[in-house]
Design a protein around this ligand. Structure first.
Ligand code: SAM
Length: 252
């Protein structure tokens, strides 16, 4: 796996971050070293999908190199679909799926989640994933996206969201970021790389607080919203549409 050295020494990369070919080439190393407990969160996602997959489709929005879908291909027989607006990411995802022998099972498509959402086919979905992607969607577009996901989900279906989050008390953001940067240093990133990337992401990655995210999911229809993971400034949310067990209980 090529090493992520994109922000080493080169101040020119400190312009806005984009998911271009240079990022794609090192992306798997980047997420493994930058997202705390990335592998463990992938396992939690597999556990949730196994439970909520019920003959419908699984759709991954912001699928990048396809890692999440490749992992899911071993735990579900469901039809799998990944969307991204980086053609370089989609090309790499197709290569990875081919290498894993699952290219026939995964449909990779190009769509802009900030754009016309009619381009997204979310019909008959049991699980929709937004893993470290909602934070890159313009805040003004997030309601439209979550609402569209909710309307298209099958009853009893789930939306899984993992993202960076802000603290409730703003004075704690500094501490959580310090803990996060310690984690990145422990994974081999230098102070210079951390600062350069932070500057590049400043206008691009816009995190919400946990309660702001929960409110976003609830006001767009999700009846049940729970956090299933948190490590300082990273959180995972499980949002359920018309919980099947609850409906069964109501019917007696
Ligand atoms: C941090 S990566 C997601 C990682 C991936 N979900 C995983 O589990 O490893 C964010 C992805 O979202 C995509 N993305 C960002 N903005 C987008 C948009 N407006 N429409 C579609 N995809 C977008 C990027 O190209 C990138 O592949």
């Amino acid at each position: 796996m090529p090493t992520d050295d994109i922000f080493r020494g080169d101040r020119s990369r400190a312009s806005d971050f984009v998911f271009d070919q240079q990022v794609v080439n090192v992306f798997d190393d980047m997420v493994a070293r930058s997202v705390p407990f990335y592998a463990e969160q992938q396992k939690l996602i597999q556990t949730i999908v196994s439970r909520f997959s019920n003959q419908g489709r699984i759709v991954d929005l912001g699928c990048s190199t396809g890692t999440t879908l490749l992992n899911l291909s071993s735990v579900t027989d469901a039809s799998l679909c990944g969307y991204d607006n980086s053609q370089a990411m989609l090309n790499q995802a197709r290569l990875n799926a081919t290498e894993h022998g699952v290219i026939d099972r995964i449909d990779f498509r190009n769509a802009d989640l900030n754009g016309d959402l009619d381009d997204l086919d979310l019909n008959n979905t049991d699980v929709t994933l937004l893993c470290w992607t909602l934070q890159f969607i313009r805040p003004l577009r997030r309601d439209a996206l979550v609402g569209q996901i909710y309307r298209a989900l099958n009853n009893g279906g789930a939306l899984i969201v993992t993202d960076r989050v802000l603290t409730n008390d703003t004075s704690m953001n500094r501490y959580f970021l310090d803990f996060y940067y310690d984690h990145k240093r422990a994974n081999g990133y230098s102070n210079e790389e951390i600062i350069n990337k932070r500057e590049a992401l400043e206008n691009v990655l816009i995190p919400y607080r946990v309660d702001e995210n929960i409110e976003l999911f609830r006001r767009n229809g999700f009846q049940i919203v729970e956090t299933f993971f948190q490590w300082f400034n990273f959180a995972g949310f499980l949002c359920i549409k018309n919980n099947r067990a609850a409906i069964r209980d109501q019917r007696g």
